[in-house]
Design a binder for this molecule. Structure first.
Ligand SMILES: *Cc1c(COP(=O)(O)O)cnc(C)c1O
Length: 388
Protein backbone atom coordinates (compact mmCIF):
# COMPACT_ATOMS: atom_id res chain seq x y z
CA UNK A 1 0.00 0.00 0.00
CA UNK A 2 1.25 3.48 -0.82
CA UNK A 3 2.26 5.52 2.19
CA UNK A 4 1.89 9.24 1.74
CA UNK A 5 4.70 11.58 2.67
CA UNK A 6 8.39 10.98 3.12
CA UNK A 7 9.80 8.02 5.04
CA UNK A 8 11.76 9.29 8.04
CA UNK A 9 15.13 7.52 8.05
CA UNK A 10 16.29 8.54 11.52
CA UNK A 11 18.81 5.77 12.08
CA UNK A 12 22.37 6.88 12.84
CA UNK A 13 23.54 6.03 9.36
CA UNK A 14 22.83 5.64 6.57
CA UNK A 15 21.45 9.15 6.90
CA UNK A 16 18.95 10.67 4.45
CA UNK A 17 20.58 11.73 1.18
CA UNK A 18 19.70 15.32 0.22
CA UNK A 19 18.17 15.94 -3.22
CA UNK A 20 21.21 17.93 -4.31
CA UNK A 21 23.41 14.90 -3.80
CA UNK A 22 20.94 12.52 -5.46
CA UNK A 23 20.95 14.79 -8.52
CA UNK A 24 24.73 15.03 -8.55
CA UNK A 25 24.96 11.22 -8.59
CA UNK A 26 22.35 10.88 -11.35
CA UNK A 27 24.83 11.25 -14.21
CA UNK A 28 26.17 9.04 -16.98
CA UNK A 29 29.20 7.04 -15.80
CA UNK A 30 32.42 8.51 -17.17
CA UNK A 31 35.67 6.79 -18.16
CA UNK A 32 37.74 6.59 -14.99
CA UNK A 33 40.90 6.39 -17.09
CA UNK A 34 39.88 9.13 -19.52
CA UNK A 35 41.37 12.63 -19.61
CA UNK A 36 38.38 14.26 -17.90
CA UNK A 37 38.37 12.06 -14.81
CA UNK A 38 41.32 13.71 -13.08
CA UNK A 39 39.30 16.89 -12.53
CA UNK A 40 36.79 14.95 -10.45
CA UNK A 41 39.52 12.89 -8.76
CA UNK A 42 41.58 15.92 -7.78
CA UNK A 43 38.51 17.80 -6.64
CA UNK A 44 37.34 15.14 -4.18
CA UNK A 45 40.81 14.14 -3.00
CA UNK A 46 41.61 17.75 -2.14
CA UNK A 47 38.14 18.56 -0.81
CA UNK A 48 38.02 15.64 1.58
CA UNK A 49 41.30 16.77 3.19
CA UNK A 50 39.46 19.89 4.37
CA UNK A 51 36.76 17.78 5.98
CA UNK A 52 39.36 15.73 7.90
CA UNK A 53 41.27 18.98 8.63
CA UNK A 54 44.48 17.58 7.26
CA UNK A 55 47.12 18.24 4.63
CA UNK A 56 47.98 14.53 4.61
CA UNK A 57 46.74 12.10 1.95
CA UNK A 58 43.20 10.75 2.28
CA UNK A 59 42.53 7.44 0.56
CA UNK A 60 39.07 6.80 -0.86
CA UNK A 61 37.97 3.17 -1.19
CA UNK A 62 34.88 1.83 -2.95
CA UNK A 63 33.83 -0.05 0.19
CA UNK A 64 31.84 0.06 3.40
CA UNK A 65 33.43 1.48 6.54
CA UNK A 66 34.42 -2.02 7.63
CA UNK A 67 36.81 -2.16 4.69
CA UNK A 68 38.53 1.01 5.85
CA UNK A 69 38.88 -0.49 9.36
CA UNK A 70 40.70 -3.44 7.83
CA UNK A 71 42.78 -1.14 5.61
CA UNK A 72 43.97 0.88 8.62
CA UNK A 73 45.22 -2.27 10.35
CA UNK A 74 46.75 -4.17 7.41
CA UNK A 75 48.60 -1.11 6.16
CA UNK A 76 50.36 -0.29 9.42
CA UNK A 77 50.86 -3.50 11.42
CA UNK A 78 52.54 -6.90 11.39
CA UNK A 79 51.33 -10.34 12.38
CA UNK A 80 51.19 -10.81 16.15
CA UNK A 81 51.43 -7.10 16.90
CA UNK A 82 49.72 -5.96 20.09
CA UNK A 83 47.03 -3.34 19.67
CA UNK A 84 45.35 -1.51 22.54
CA UNK A 85 41.62 -1.15 21.87
CA UNK A 86 38.98 0.62 23.95
CA UNK A 87 35.67 -1.20 23.92
CA UNK A 88 33.30 1.74 24.07
CA UNK A 89 30.45 -0.20 22.46
CA UNK A 90 29.37 -2.54 19.69
CA UNK A 91 31.41 -0.94 16.88
CA UNK A 92 34.58 -0.93 18.96
CA UNK A 93 34.01 -4.63 19.70
CA UNK A 94 33.52 -5.41 15.98
CA UNK A 95 36.80 -3.68 15.15
CA UNK A 96 38.46 -5.77 17.86
CA UNK A 97 37.10 -9.00 16.31
CA UNK A 98 38.39 -7.89 12.93
CA UNK A 99 41.86 -7.30 14.44
CA UNK A 100 41.82 -10.82 15.93
CA UNK A 101 40.96 -12.35 12.55
CA UNK A 102 43.92 -10.53 10.99
CA UNK A 103 46.30 -12.18 13.47
CA UNK A 104 46.79 -9.16 15.71
CA UNK A 105 46.69 -9.35 19.52
CA UNK A 106 44.13 -6.91 20.90
CA UNK A 107 44.55 -5.82 24.50
CA UNK A 108 41.16 -4.46 25.52
CA UNK A 109 40.17 -1.68 27.90
CA UNK A 110 36.53 -2.39 28.74
CA UNK A 111 33.83 0.15 29.58
CA UNK A 112 30.18 0.00 30.63
CA UNK A 113 29.14 1.28 27.15
CA UNK A 114 27.88 4.50 28.75
CA UNK A 115 30.92 6.72 28.21
CA UNK A 116 33.76 7.42 25.80
CA UNK A 117 37.34 6.18 26.09
CA UNK A 118 38.98 7.26 29.36
CA UNK A 119 42.29 9.04 28.62
CA UNK A 120 43.65 8.16 32.09
CA UNK A 121 43.12 4.40 31.60
CA UNK A 122 44.84 4.69 28.24
CA UNK A 123 47.78 6.54 29.78
CA UNK A 124 48.05 3.90 32.53
CA UNK A 125 47.95 1.01 30.05
CA UNK A 126 50.59 2.63 27.84
CA UNK A 127 52.86 3.46 30.79
CA UNK A 128 52.65 -0.19 31.86
CA UNK A 129 53.85 -1.24 28.39
CA UNK A 130 57.48 -0.38 29.11
CA UNK A 131 58.77 -2.54 26.24
CA UNK A 132 56.56 -0.69 23.71
CA UNK A 133 54.96 -3.92 22.53
CA UNK A 134 51.73 -2.07 21.74
CA UNK A 135 52.00 -0.84 18.16
CA UNK A 136 48.68 0.94 17.85
CA UNK A 137 45.90 2.38 19.97
CA UNK A 138 42.43 2.02 18.41
CA UNK A 139 39.64 4.35 19.53
CA UNK A 140 36.16 5.00 18.15
CA UNK A 141 35.50 8.75 17.97
CA UNK A 142 31.70 8.55 17.92
CA UNK A 143 30.41 5.19 19.21
CA UNK A 144 27.25 4.78 17.17
CA UNK A 145 25.85 2.01 19.37
CA UNK A 146 25.81 4.13 22.55
CA UNK A 147 25.78 7.79 21.54
CA UNK A 148 29.02 8.54 23.40
CA UNK A 149 31.98 10.38 21.89
CA UNK A 150 35.59 9.95 22.90
CA UNK A 151 37.73 13.02 23.50
CA UNK A 152 40.42 12.34 20.91
CA UNK A 153 42.55 15.41 21.72
CA UNK A 154 42.75 14.20 25.35
CA UNK A 155 43.55 10.67 24.19
CA UNK A 156 46.48 12.06 22.19
CA UNK A 157 47.66 14.02 25.26
CA UNK A 158 47.49 10.81 27.32
CA UNK A 159 49.67 8.98 24.77
CA UNK A 160 52.18 11.83 24.78
CA UNK A 161 52.16 11.97 28.59
CA UNK A 162 53.01 8.25 28.64
CA UNK A 163 55.75 8.91 26.06
CA UNK A 164 54.49 5.95 24.07
CA UNK A 165 55.21 5.64 20.33
CA UNK A 166 52.09 3.64 19.34
CA UNK A 167 50.10 4.82 16.34
CA UNK A 168 46.73 6.44 17.05
CA UNK A 169 44.02 4.88 14.85
CA UNK A 170 40.61 6.55 15.11
CA UNK A 171 37.29 5.33 13.74
CA UNK A 172 35.36 8.46 12.88
CA UNK A 173 32.96 6.66 10.54
CA UNK A 174 29.93 8.29 12.15
CA UNK A 175 31.76 11.29 13.59
CA UNK A 176 33.24 12.95 10.50
CA UNK A 177 31.33 15.97 9.18
CA UNK A 178 28.92 15.91 12.15
CA UNK A 179 31.21 16.09 15.17
CA UNK A 180 34.36 18.22 15.30
CA UNK A 181 37.34 16.23 14.08
CA UNK A 182 40.88 17.55 13.55
CA UNK A 183 43.27 15.03 12.07
CA UNK A 184 46.40 17.18 12.06
CA UNK A 185 45.82 19.16 15.28
CA UNK A 186 44.94 16.06 17.28
CA UNK A 187 47.91 14.04 16.01
CA UNK A 188 45.83 11.19 14.63
CA UNK A 189 47.80 8.66 12.57
CA UNK A 190 44.99 6.93 10.69
CA UNK A 191 41.38 8.17 10.61
CA UNK A 192 38.74 5.86 9.24
CA UNK A 193 35.44 7.07 7.84
CA UNK A 194 32.54 6.20 5.58
CA UNK A 195 30.18 7.97 3.18
CA UNK A 196 26.75 7.16 4.62
CA UNK A 197 26.72 9.12 7.88
CA UNK A 198 27.74 12.77 8.25
CA UNK A 199 28.76 13.02 4.61
CA UNK A 200 25.10 12.45 3.64
CA UNK A 201 25.96 10.06 0.80
CA UNK A 202 24.63 6.59 0.09
CA UNK A 203 26.75 3.74 1.51
CA UNK A 204 29.70 2.67 -0.60
CA UNK A 205 32.72 4.92 -0.01
CA UNK A 206 35.19 4.69 2.83
CA UNK A 207 38.26 6.67 3.82
CA UNK A 208 41.67 6.43 5.44
CA UNK A 209 43.44 9.69 6.29
CA UNK A 210 47.11 8.83 6.90
CA UNK A 211 49.84 10.64 8.81
CA UNK A 212 53.53 10.72 7.91
CA UNK A 213 54.19 8.28 10.76
CA UNK A 214 51.50 5.93 9.45
CA UNK A 215 53.15 6.04 6.01
CA UNK A 216 56.45 5.04 7.61
CA UNK A 217 54.69 2.16 9.38
CA UNK A 218 53.18 1.18 6.03
CA UNK A 219 56.65 0.75 4.55
CA UNK A 220 57.49 -1.73 7.38
CA UNK A 221 54.15 -3.53 7.52
CA UNK A 222 54.04 -7.11 6.25
CA UNK A 223 50.38 -8.04 6.80
CA UNK A 224 49.02 -9.28 3.43
CA UNK A 225 47.24 -6.59 1.43
CA UNK A 226 46.53 -5.82 -2.16
CA UNK A 227 43.16 -4.13 -2.64
CA UNK A 228 43.78 -2.06 0.51
CA UNK A 229 47.41 -1.15 -0.25
CA UNK A 230 47.86 2.57 0.41
CA UNK A 231 51.01 3.08 -1.65
CA UNK A 232 49.39 2.14 -4.96
CA UNK A 233 46.41 4.38 -4.20
CA UNK A 234 48.55 7.34 -3.23
CA UNK A 235 50.66 7.00 -6.35
CA UNK A 236 47.66 6.98 -8.70
CA UNK A 237 45.90 9.70 -6.67
CA UNK A 238 48.80 12.08 -7.29
CA UNK A 239 47.54 12.38 -10.87
CA UNK A 240 43.85 12.38 -9.85
CA UNK A 241 43.31 8.72 -10.76
CA UNK A 242 42.70 5.42 -8.94
CA UNK A 243 44.49 2.07 -9.39
CA UNK A 244 41.17 0.25 -9.90
CA UNK A 245 37.65 1.36 -10.77
CA UNK A 246 36.42 3.89 -8.20
CA UNK A 247 32.72 4.41 -7.38
CA UNK A 248 32.54 7.11 -10.05
CA UNK A 249 29.02 8.28 -9.35
CA UNK A 250 29.47 8.32 -5.59
CA UNK A 251 32.46 10.57 -6.23
CA UNK A 252 30.12 12.99 -8.05
CA UNK A 253 28.03 12.88 -4.90
CA UNK A 254 31.06 13.37 -2.67
CA UNK A 255 32.08 16.49 -4.59
CA UNK A 256 28.58 17.87 -4.03
CA UNK A 257 28.60 16.90 -0.32
CA UNK A 258 31.92 18.69 0.21
CA UNK A 259 30.52 21.81 -1.50
CA UNK A 260 27.45 21.69 0.73
CA UNK A 261 29.55 21.33 3.91
CA UNK A 262 31.75 24.23 2.85
CA UNK A 263 28.78 26.43 1.93
CA UNK A 264 27.28 25.94 5.39
CA UNK A 265 30.72 26.03 7.03
CA UNK A 266 32.02 23.01 8.96
CA UNK A 267 31.86 24.82 12.31
CA UNK A 268 28.21 25.73 11.67
CA UNK A 269 27.51 22.09 10.78
CA UNK A 270 28.97 21.01 14.13
CA UNK A 271 26.99 23.66 16.05
CA UNK A 272 23.77 22.59 14.33
CA UNK A 273 24.39 18.95 15.32
CA UNK A 274 25.16 19.84 18.95
CA UNK A 275 22.03 21.95 19.20
CA UNK A 276 19.83 19.19 17.81
CA UNK A 277 21.40 16.65 20.15
CA UNK A 278 20.77 18.94 23.13
CA UNK A 279 17.13 19.45 22.07
CA UNK A 280 16.73 15.69 21.77
CA UNK A 281 18.05 15.18 25.31
CA UNK A 282 15.53 17.75 26.54
CA UNK A 283 12.77 15.64 25.01
CA UNK A 284 14.13 12.44 26.55
CA UNK A 285 14.35 14.07 29.98
CA UNK A 286 10.76 15.34 29.71
CA UNK A 287 9.57 11.85 28.76
CA UNK A 288 11.20 10.66 31.98
CA UNK A 289 13.51 8.31 30.09
CA UNK A 290 17.27 7.92 30.35
CA UNK A 291 19.99 8.73 27.86
CA UNK A 292 22.52 5.88 27.49
CA UNK A 293 25.53 8.22 27.69
CA UNK A 294 26.11 9.37 31.28
CA UNK A 295 28.98 11.83 30.80
CA UNK A 296 27.91 15.40 30.01
CA UNK A 297 30.94 16.28 27.92
CA UNK A 298 30.67 13.05 25.92
CA UNK A 299 27.12 13.23 24.54
CA UNK A 300 27.17 12.50 20.82
CA UNK A 301 26.04 15.27 18.48
CA UNK A 302 25.21 12.53 15.92
CA UNK A 303 22.71 10.34 17.70
CA UNK A 304 21.03 9.83 21.05
CA UNK A 305 20.61 6.32 22.45
CA UNK A 306 17.62 6.19 24.78
CA UNK A 307 17.00 3.50 27.40
CA UNK A 308 13.45 2.22 27.74
CA UNK A 309 12.13 1.44 31.23
CA UNK A 310 12.63 -2.05 32.67
CA UNK A 311 9.82 -4.26 31.31
CA UNK A 312 9.52 -2.37 27.99
CA UNK A 313 10.98 -3.61 24.72
CA UNK A 314 12.77 -1.02 22.60
CA UNK A 315 12.44 -3.19 19.48
CA UNK A 316 8.69 -3.43 19.88
CA UNK A 317 8.56 0.36 20.24
CA UNK A 318 10.59 0.75 17.05
CA UNK A 319 8.32 -1.56 15.13
CA UNK A 320 5.20 0.33 16.28
CA UNK A 321 6.82 3.61 15.21
CA UNK A 322 7.72 2.12 11.81
CA UNK A 323 4.19 0.83 11.25
CA UNK A 324 2.33 3.85 12.55
CA UNK A 325 4.62 6.74 11.60
CA UNK A 326 6.72 5.36 8.73
CA UNK A 327 9.88 6.23 10.62
CA UNK A 328 12.97 4.05 11.12
CA UNK A 329 14.96 4.38 14.35
CA UNK A 330 18.20 2.59 15.22
CA UNK A 331 18.04 -0.64 17.23
CA UNK A 332 19.99 -1.57 20.33
CA UNK A 333 23.03 -3.62 19.30
CA UNK A 334 24.26 -6.77 21.08
CA UNK A 335 24.54 -6.01 24.85
CA UNK A 336 21.87 -3.31 24.73
CA UNK A 337 19.48 -5.05 22.31
CA UNK A 338 15.87 -4.36 23.26
CA UNK A 339 17.06 -1.98 26.00
CA UNK A 340 17.81 1.09 23.90
CA UNK A 341 16.64 2.71 20.72
CA UNK A 342 18.77 5.18 18.83
CA UNK A 343 17.64 8.48 17.35
CA UNK A 344 19.79 9.61 14.44
CA UNK A 345 19.99 13.41 14.19
CA UNK A 346 22.86 13.65 11.75
CA UNK A 347 23.44 14.92 8.27
CA UNK A 348 20.87 16.90 6.35
CA UNK A 349 18.42 17.77 9.12
CA UNK A 350 16.83 20.96 10.42
CA UNK A 351 14.62 21.92 13.39
CA UNK A 352 11.45 20.78 11.68
CA UNK A 353 12.89 17.39 10.74
CA UNK A 354 14.00 16.90 14.32
CA UNK A 355 10.62 17.92 15.74
CA UNK A 356 8.88 15.55 13.31
CA UNK A 357 11.16 12.77 14.49
CA UNK A 358 10.51 13.46 18.17
CA UNK A 359 6.77 13.70 17.50
CA UNK A 360 6.81 10.24 15.91
CA UNK A 361 8.60 8.88 18.96
CA UNK A 362 6.12 10.46 21.37
CA UNK A 363 3.23 8.92 19.38
CA UNK A 364 5.04 5.56 19.44
CA UNK A 365 5.71 5.66 23.20
CA UNK A 366 1.99 6.14 23.71
CA UNK A 367 0.86 3.45 21.24
CA UNK A 368 3.42 0.89 22.44
CA UNK A 369 2.43 1.48 26.04
CA UNK A 370 5.92 2.47 27.19
CA UNK A 371 5.62 4.25 30.56
CA UNK A 372 6.54 7.91 29.99
CA UNK A 373 5.37 11.47 30.52
CA UNK A 374 4.07 13.52 27.61
CA UNK A 375 5.66 16.86 26.77
CA UNK A 376 8.96 15.72 25.25
CA UNK A 377 8.25 17.38 21.92
CA UNK A 378 7.25 20.59 23.70
CA UNK A 379 10.46 20.56 25.74
CA UNK A 380 12.54 20.18 22.57
CA UNK A 381 10.55 22.93 20.86
CA UNK A 382 11.08 25.27 23.81
CA UNK A 383 14.79 24.52 23.74
CA UNK A 384 15.00 25.22 20.01
CA UNK A 385 13.04 28.44 20.38
CA UNK A 386 15.29 29.81 23.09
CA UNK A 387 18.57 28.55 21.58
CA UNK A 388 18.80 30.04 18.13
C1 LIG B 1 28.60 2.59 10.67
C2 LIG B 1 29.81 2.35 11.50
C3 LIG B 1 30.73 1.33 11.20
C4 LIG B 1 30.52 0.34 10.12
O1 LIG B 1 30.51 0.87 8.87
P1 LIG B 1 29.97 -0.01 7.65
O2 LIG B 1 29.91 0.97 6.53
O3 LIG B 1 28.65 -0.56 8.06
O4 LIG B 1 30.96 -1.09 7.40
C5 LIG B 1 31.87 1.25 12.00
N1 LIG B 1 32.07 2.07 13.04
C6 LIG B 1 31.20 3.04 13.36
C7 LIG B 1 31.49 3.92 14.53
C8 LIG B 1 30.03 3.20 12.61
O5 LIG B 1 29.15 4.16 12.94
Amino acid sequence: MRRAGRHFLQIPGPSPVPDRILRAIDMPVIDHRGPGFADLGNRVLEGIQGVFKTRQPVIIYPSSGTGAWEAALVNTLNEGDKVLMVETGHFASLWQKLALKLGLQPEVIETDWRRGADPQSIEDALRADTGHQVKALCVVHNETSTGCTSRIADVRRAMDAAGHPALLLVDTISGLASADFRFDDWGVDVAISGSQKGLMLPPGLSFNAVSEKALQANAQSALPKSYWQWSEMIEANQRGYFPYTPSTNLLFGLAEAIDMLNEEGLENVFTRHKRHAAATREAVRAWGLQVQCVIDSEHSPVLTAVRVPEGSDADKLRSVILDECDMSLGNGLSKVQGKVFRIGHLGDINDVTLLGTLSGIEVGLHLAGVPHQTGGVQAALDFLKSNR
